[in-house]
Design a protein around this ligand. Structure first.
Ligand code: ZN
Ligand code: ZN
Length: 287
């Protein structure tokens, strides 16, 4: 299909264009109508969070140059995946694929909280002491690589159209920056939007230091999975202005907000029984 060929050849440009465009809009929104006061220097946090994003992008390009789109093209050529097996209309296949990919991302997110060793990687995302647009792209490089491998497997099983994968990557990136935004939305608008998309207030609950709140609201795009599977939490107990962001045992800005600290974070401390099966804070798991 001509559209697919065009998208495939312009994929990087499309994704980068959307990334910078939405980053700029959310950053501007944060300046005009911030939801919370930041506790750390923006210059330090942004510099280090963005350095991590650049490092991840280069690494991903080196290790998996064809990325998820390449995997979709490959699966299609091989006739792999459910949607290459059943004859569905193109646009229905695109829609189903985007929803299915989102569901698997939700499951993956629950898994990286539940499995202690995977939580070590994912806690880099949670250890940010503030919550804003740069938090949305802050992940440990190993988690980024593991995520890509899981995505490859999911694409091989679903067999989505190439357009669906590009759309999904763009939407995931855009909603992640939006729902990590330190932005103020009127309560009524948040309630309505929350029926369709994960809003900043909904995802902020997931960045609370309270473990029952952190283990809620795992969705990135669609808010339905949390409601369907019982992991939904409407608001943080302490309120959005007063809740504490981050991880109870990681409060040192030198470790949480600097690149070297973030890269080392999965390897510090002993393996603990975090997270789903933990009932109380263990202060001794701080290294
Ligand atoms: Zn998480
Ligand atoms: Zn997050």
């Amino acid at each position: 299909m001509a559209l697919e060929a065009w998208i495939q050849s312009h994929e990087v440009m499309l994704r980068l264009g959307c990334f910078f465009g939405i980053f700029f809009l959310v950053a501007l929104w944060e300046l005009v109508a911030p939801r919370r006061q930041l506790s750390q220097s923006r210059l330090t946090r942004w510099g280090n969070n963005i350095a991590l994003v650049v490092l991840n992008s280069v690494l991903l390009r080196l290790v998996f140059p064809a990325a998820a789109v390449g995997m979709a093209v490959f699966a299609q050529a091989q006739g792999w995946g459910l949607l290459n097996y059943y004859e569905l209309s193109y646009w229905l296949a695109v829609m189903l694929s985007v929803v299915a990919l989102d569901f698997f991302i939700y499951l993956q997110h629950v898994m990286v909280h539940a499995v202690p060793v995977l939580w070590r990687l994912h806690r880099v995302h949670h250890a940010d002491l503030d919550y804003d647009v740069t938090t949305g792209a802050r992940f440990h490089p190993i988690e980024i690589l593991v995520s890509m491998l899981i995505k490859f497997a999911v694409i091989a099983v679903i067999g989505p159209p190439v357009l669906a994968v590009v759309l999904f990557e763009i939407i995931l990136n855009a909603t992640s920056m939006f729902n990590h935004g330190n932005v103020r939305l009127p309560a009524g608008m948040d309630r309505v939007l929350r029926l369709l998309v994960v809003t900043p207030d909904m995802h902020r609950v997931h960045h609370s230091v309270e473990d029952d709140e952190t283990n809620s609201n795992f969705g990135f795009n669609l808010p339905w999975w949390d409601r369907l599977f019982g992991t939904y939490r409407a608001q943080p107990r302490a309120g959005h202005e007063h809740m504490t962001i981050g991880i109870h045992t990681f409060r040192d800005p030198r470790r949480c907000c600097w690149l070297d600290g973030m890269l080392a974070m999965p390897f510090v401390g002993r393996v603990t029984d975090y997270a789903i099966n933990r009932r109380q804070w263990n202060t001794h798991d701080e290294s």
